[in-house]
Design a protein around this ligand. Structure first.
Ligand SMILES: Nc1ncnc2c1ncn2[C@@H]1O[C@H](COP(=O)(O)OP(=O)(O)O)[C@@H](O)[C@H]1O
Ligand SMILES: [Mg+2]
Length: 231
């Protein structure tokens, strides 16, 4: 359920990258507000600034100008240590290429997120429970090479969610999956958002993700061009 509490406020965010004597303006004044529990999609052509925007919200990168506020805290004022804490405890990341560790079993990959947040209590039990929630209850001992692409992405989703993050950030989570598998992952993310709550910010061109989103932000040349409201 979407409450009307603000979770993320992005205010006039600019991000410039300097490459030699060339300046790339990846974000040129992005402002957006995202509510607690919302499932939001960011759409836009390649190079429009989608990943750069996620990185500002996820505390991986900081803007050249402008502010990002999460649950009332202006994270763009924070020092590296506070940002690190925020990333480890509050943000769950899902990537296009899953980024699992090949030598770790599904439950160990999932448990890594708990290791990093220093929250090892009942680690295996919690990891296995989360794997069950993503439909992999019978495959917790498999290595990534023993899982299909869709199943590997399910492990990555379990890893993102096991620490119960308030924000889930996904960068083209179905971009490396076939259509049917992508649809299943889209449905799963939607279901998890409804079941466990959490605010989802998902970069995706996948129709099965965008049509279920509460809102879709269209990004072009580092600016928000339009917003579709489905809620
Ligand atoms: N670390 C970086 N250094 C230099 N340029 C970058 C960097 N990250 C992104 N860019 C540039 O910023 C623009 C937006 O990139 P990005 O956010 O990755 O776009 P998208 O995810 O929409 O494809 C692109 O022109 C890209 O080349
Ligand atoms: Mg990108």
């Amino acid at each position: 359920m979407v409450s009307k509490k603000l979770m993320v406020i992005v205010e006039d965010v600019h991000r410039e990258f300097t490459l030699g004597d060339h300046i790339v303006q990846a974000l040129r004044g992005v402002s957006m507000e995202i509510y607690e529990g919302e499932f939001v999609v960011v759409l836009g052509p390649s190079g429009s600034g989608k990943t750069t925007l996620l990185n500002q919200i996820g505390g991986i990168d900081s803007p050249t100008k402008g502010t990002v506020t999460i649950k009332g805290d202006e994270i763009t004022k924070w020092k590296a240590g506070e940002l690190g804490y925020y990333r480890r405890h509050n943000v769950g990341w899902i990537f296009q290429f899953f980024n699992l560790i090949p030598s770790l079993r599904a439950w160990e990959n999932t448990g890594l997120a708990l290791e990093f947040s220093g929250d090892r209590k009942d680690l295996k039990e919690r990891a296995c429970k989360m794997l069950e929630a993503v439909g992999l209850g019978d495959k917790v001992d498999r290595f990534p090479s023993q899982l299909s692409g869709g199943e590997q992405q399910r492990v990555a989703i379990a890893r993102a969610l096991v620490k119960n993050p308030s924000i889930v950030v996904a960068d083209e989570p179905t971009g490396n999956l076939d259509f049917i598998t992508g649809q299943k992952i889209a449905n799963l993310m939607n279901h998890l958002n409804k079941t466990f709550g959490g605010t989802y910010i998902v970069v995706s061109h996948d129709l099965s993700i965008t049509e279920k989103a509460d809102r879709v932000f269209h990004l072009r040349d580092g600016r928000i061009e339009s917003v579709e409201d489905h809620s």
